[in-house]
Ligand binder design. Structure first.
Ligand code: 13P
Length: 249
């Protein structure tokens, strides 16, 4: 049975003191939940965040990583480095990594393969841009993103994969996909995986929705049968808002 997950992607926000404050407040306000709760602080604060939350139900994850074990890759962080500071899940393929830092499907394939080979979970992000939505090509865009990066995986690998559908037009814009739009795409994603693999794998993978999730819209979005939780940006930076979103699952 697939898991419910609420994850906060802090992006390039929160210095050490702010990381301490936000996590302390979040632990105080944490609603009782069966869902997995995850947060992704910046690399420099991962160790601190891990130590602070280790007795709580919050899992600390990373926002990115390099595919190589080590070497001449100035500014990069490896899977082993993340694991040694207590991080076992990594966001890969976020639209900001794709559009601002030029990450393409070939690179993301290497990153996903490395994360899985190292025993980590990969939270793989994908989603169409506004032009794709307007042109009506959003299903094929998403299918291509999935097949290019994930459809070489073996069946057992899928236990380490979390999917996050994030339509680019809904990220940081205040414009949310309607619950119906989210459900339609999530059902399509599950059907696509069932056709490539089988119903069990499709039924067991958690598919999160991301894009302007807020306390006011979380309940309706999470109520959709194929939406297993959310990947939250802006609203994860306020303890009250993130706690309210967790309570909505
Ligand atoms: P917002 O919730 O700020 O729209 O960001 C979504 C996102 O990019 C999460 O990864």
């Amino acid at each position: 049975m697939r898991k419910k997950i609420v994850a906060g992607n802090w992006k390039m926000n929160n210095d050490l003191a702010q990381t301490d404050l936000l996590l302390t407040e979040l632990m105080q306000r944490m609603p009782s939940t069966d869902a997995e709760v995850m947060v992704a602080p910046t690399f420099v604060n991962l160790r601190y965040a891990y130590e602070l939350t280790r007795k709580s139900n919050i899992e600390v994850m990373a926002q990115n990583m390099h595919f190589a074990d080590s070497g001449a890759f100035t500014g990069e962080i490896s899977a082993e480095m993340l694991k040694t500071v207590g991080v076992n899940t990594v966001i890969l393929g976020h639209s900001e990594r794709r559009s601002i830092f030029g990450e393409d499907d070939a690179l993301l394939t290497k990153k996903v393969d490395t994360a899985l080979a190292k025993g980590m979970k990969a939270m793989f992000c994908f989603g169409e841009e506004l032009a794709d939505r307007k042109a009506g090509s959003y299903f094929s865009v998403v299918e291509t993103q999935l097949s290019n990066v994930l459809f070489h995986l073996k069946e057992k690998d899928w236990q380490q994969v979390i999917l996050a559908y994030e339509p680019v037009w809904a990220i940081g814009t205040g414009e949310t996909a309607t619950p119906e739009q989210a459900q339609e795409m999530h059902a399509f994603i599950r059907k696509t995986i069932a056709e490539k693999y089988n119903e069990t794998i499709a039924g067991n993978v958690s598919i999160l929705y991301g894009g302007s999730v807020k306390p006011a819209n979380a309940k309706e979005i999470f109520a959709q049968p194929d939406v297993d939780g959310g990947l939250v940006g802006g609203a994860s930076l306020k303890a009250d808002d993130f706690a309210a979103i967790i309570a909505a699952i």
